[in-house]
Design a protein around this ligand. Structure first.
Ligand code: BJW
Ligand code: ZN
Length: 257
């Protein structure tokens, strides 16, 4: 006998079915089943002795830009080599069934490659670069070695000749203001009966971790999809304790009927 997957908890299906708007707030767990390690997973290979929280900082870049650039180059290669998972694809289908807005903390492009439009990449993108000195965007070539290397010289800015840096948001840096404000506005515009899906985030990094509270204040039903309990679990009305590629396809399929 096949057990009914608890993701099909009728309350969850009914909540999403009744929603006029769905807001998706995704984090690293969204891409885990594509083969992208979550941020707080143990790192492997050359970076196993380093805590990503120490590498994703302006201080790490100041101290050793070639080491930090090599880490990002490796991650660019990793993401280019993987595919959106069934969870990403289900969300792209959800947008055909209900008005759906996605704001992600992820710097990968897997939502877009699954066919979703993304309102905001709150922590930037692996595929955007800018000068660390003058801030000019950099569209030139970026070398991605076949194998991980410990150090790699970042490209040089075409305007001022200084180093180009990843277009991501490190600790202590500002989020892209327009994208953050658009996200807050989209959440504030939710109405009672609408749904916020909080997917695959540990809820420890602010201000993104504060967004579910805004959805709650707007009266939306907050649904957490995460195999683990998190810092923001208490805020959610409903929980799906399953990985995204297991949780989302049956939920979206149930809406289709
Ligand atoms: C699955 C799964 C599966 C696994 N299916 N789920 C208030 C209080 C305290 C501190 C602060 C505060 N406000 C600001 C701060 C300081 C700081 C901060 O938050 N520090 C805390 C750590 C204490 N924040 C900042 O400095 C931010 N800047 C800022 O606030 O500027 C002021 C400002 C405010 C408002 C507007 C404008 C400006 C910047 C934060 C930058 C974060 N950057 C990083 C690195 C990006 C580049 C890179 O990747 O290299 O972003 S850190 C890292 O954490 C990355 C992630 O996006 C982010 C969040 O991680 P996430 O997504 O939650 O992943 P994990 O790994 O933590 O969790 C994965 C989850 O998935 C787990 O729960 C698993 O169970 C689950 N999972 N498999 C579903 N298959
Ligand atoms: Zn420059």
């Amino acid at each position: 006998m096949t057990a009914t997957p608890h993701v099909l908890d009728p309350q969850i299906v009914e909540a999403v079915r009744a929603a006029q708007q769905v807001m998706v707030l995704s984090g690293a767990g969204m891409s885990a089943e594509s083969g992208v390690p979550t941020f707080r997973d143990a790192q492997t290979g050359l970076w196993e002795d380093f805590d990503p929280e120490d590498l994703a900082t302006p201080g790490a870049w100041q101290h050793d830009p070639e080491f930090v650039w090599a880490w990002y180059a490796w991650r660019i290669g990793l993401v280019r080599g993987v595919e959106p998972n069934l969870g990403h694809r289900a969300l792209a289908e959800l947008a055909q069934l209900r008005p759906t807005t996605i704001a992600t903390q992820n710097i990968d492009d897997l939502h877009e490659r699954a066919g979703s439009e993304v309102l905001a990449h709150l922590h930037g993108s692996l595929f955007r670069f800018r000068c660390a000195e003058c801030g000019a965007p950099y569209d030139g070539a970026v070398e991605v070695p076949d194998k991980p290397v410990e150090r790699l010289a970042p490209p040089r800015c075409e305007t001022c000749g200084e180093r180009v840096r990843p277009g991501v948001v490190w600790f202590g840096e500002d989020l892209p203001l327009a994208e953050f404000e658009a996200t807050v506005t989209a959440i504030e515009n939710l109405s009672p009966g609408d749904v916020a899906l909080v997917i695959g985030t540990s809820g420890v990094v602010f201000p993104a971790a504060g967004l579910p509270a805004i959805a709650l204040a707007a009266g939306a039903t907050v649904i957490e999809i995460n195999p683990q309990e998190t810092e923001i679990s208490d805020m959610a009305h409903l929980h799906v304790r399953a990985p995204v590629a297991v949780a989302l396809p049956p939920l979206v399929a149930a809406l289709r009927d």
